[in-house]
Design a protein around this ligand. Structure first.
Ligand code: NAD
Length: 468
């Protein structure tokens, strides 16, 4: 066993979008940085999450568009897809980007160690190889935990990675499942329901709460539900799984709905009921690092209960999103470097669902604003009234904005539609700059664009919309 010892200003454990972003920023701030990664640089987001699924979803969208060929004046017959190539393109996209992260580490002088990182009681970081032997010991002034999360299941239902799968297996299936039942209609459940349905699987989507995407605006979730049902996805809300049994002819699922007990036999079951923080096995218990609901508890600077140990991203709890992890990573290292800055603003975190139509929101929903007792004005603009949307054949969905009624300040917004995940950037900036409805309305939006919907919805809230 070869074992060396090196000293760093910062050792980051985990090379996902939180960890690698923090490492780059720390290097920019003049720190000597090491990053420990047990698998592939880029983490779940780049290798098994955001990026490969967005490739798959784009492919599903293109495939669906082909079936609308006649509407666009095309005579397309005998169109076919090659499942292996569909999956391979998504893997190529992820692999290329992972190499890009390796390049970024090199360019910024971040030393990458392959292996499992573990914090010792003396507050150094051990790097262990596949045989669990310590191969490096890294001394560190600061340690940043960015180990992410792992898919969870329900009590009594084990993800066997064959018939009962997580998103990780769902994106590399050898063949398209003829039918699939998805448990959980959050981001993962909805995106995979869209994806498999678009390629022809029979999809059943079960959600235990009364609406799909339970954290989103109710109208937006309803709009997406209606669209997915039109596309052929069978959706059951208020549905509880009673039992899942793997048999020779498929997976038997019993579930309870408001209309009674149902059963289904499907080729695969995809568990999409959330993720658990990967906080175990890092040596944190011995140091007394405090946890909250299994995630590492941090203060507004991302520092844990133990000085010099910091945590960001999924391992530090919700919202468990790549862009939150990156923002927390930058904030954490800037605090380490003594910068004076606020913590990450959790009131303006965009949420993006990449089904078709897409759903994207930021800030307060109408329900949340009303629950807080805020007097609000709500503006809506349906894409059916947008010239660009009509030209593109993308008339599903709407923009819905929430403003304070007294000062007209933007409180939040949600977009359902073809470019929703791009449009939400304008709303996030609007929130950050404390924009009023007039500022959104008087910003000249290019014509024709989907973004005009934001200007129109702002106007509609105060009776000044032109095109509706
Ligand atoms: P999630 O928390 O977003 O959704 C889980 C869903 O499962 C919820 O709607 C929940 O009510 C439901 N659920 C829980 N128990 C259930 C049960 N017994 N029966 C039926 N439904 C049940 O989690 P996810 O979709 O698994 O995604 C995991 C994480 O990854 C989340 O933090 C998510 O935000 C993130 N993610 C984000 C994106 C994106 O931003 N586009 C995409 C994928 C994943």
């Amino acid at each position: 066993m070869s074992q060396d010892s090196e000293a760093y200003d910062l050792v980051v454990i985990g090379g996902g979008p939180g960890g690698y972003t923090a490492a780059v920023r720390a290097s920019q701030l003049g720190m000597r940085v090491a990053l420990v990664e047990r698998e592939t640089l880029g983490g779940v987001c780049l290798n098994w999450g955001c990026i490969p699924t967005k490739a798959l979803l784009k492919q599903a969208e293109l495939w669906s568009q082909l079936s609308r060929g006649e509407e666009f004046g095309f005579a397309l017959s005998d169109a076919r897809f090659d499942w292996h190539k569909v999956v391979a393109r998504s893997r190529d996209t992820a692999d290329g980007l992972a190499q890009g992260v390796a390049y970024l580490m090199k360019k910024n002088g971040v030393e990458v160690y392959a292996g499992m990182g573990r914090v010792t009681p003396l507050r150094s970081v051990e790097v262990r190889d596949g045989e669990d032997a310590v191969v490096h010991v890294l001394e560190a002034s600061h340690i940043l935990i960015a180990t992410g999360s792992t898919p969870r299941s329900l009590p009594g239902i084990e993800i066997d990675s064959e018939r009962i799968i997580s998103s990780r297996q769902a994106m590399v299936l050898e063949s398209m499942p003829s039918d699939i039942l998805i448990v959980g209609a959050g981001a993962i459940g909805v995106e995979f329901a869209y994806f498999f349905n678009a390629f022809g699987s029979r999809v059943t989507l079960l959600e235990s709460l009364p609406q799909i995407l339970p954290r989103e605006d109710g109208e937006a979730a309803e709009e997406l539900r209606a669209s997915l049902e039109r596309q052929g996805v069978a959706i059951e809300t208020d549905a509880r799984v009673q039992g899942v049994q793997v048999e020779s002819d498929g997976v038997h699922v019993d579930f309870e709905t408001p209309a009674g007990t149902r059963e289904a036999t499907v080729e695969r079951v995809l568990m999409a009921v959330g993720v658990s923080a990967q906080s175990a096995g890092l040596g944190l218990e011995a140091l007394g690092v405090r946890l909250r609901d299994g995630a590492i508890a941090v203060d507004e600077r991302q520092q844990t209960s133990v000085e010099g140990i910091w945590a960001i991203g999924d391992v530090a709890g919700p919202p468990q999103l790549a862009h939150v992890a990156s923002a927390e990573g930058i904030a954490a290292v800037e605090f380490m470097a003594g910068r004076s800055r606020p913590g990450v603003d959790r009131s303006a975190v965009p949420s993006c669902i990449y089904s078709h139509p897409q759903v994207a929101s930021v800030g307060m929903s109408e329900e949340q604003a009303r629950e807080k007792g805020i007097e609000i004005k709500v503006g809506r603009f349906p894409f059916a009234a947008s010239g660009k949307a009509r030209a593109a054949g993308e008339t599903e969905g709407f923009v819905k904005l929430v403003f304070g009624s007294r000062y007209g300040e933007l409180l939040g917004g949600v977009v359902v539609g073809a470019e929703a995940t791009e449009l939400v950037g304008e709303l996030a900036l609007g929130l950050r700059l404390e924009a009023t409805y007039e500022e959104l309305l008087h910003t000249i939006h290019a014509h024709p664009t989907m973004a005009e919907g934001i200007m129109e919805a702002a106007g509609e809230a105060f009776g000044e919309a032109i095109n509706i």
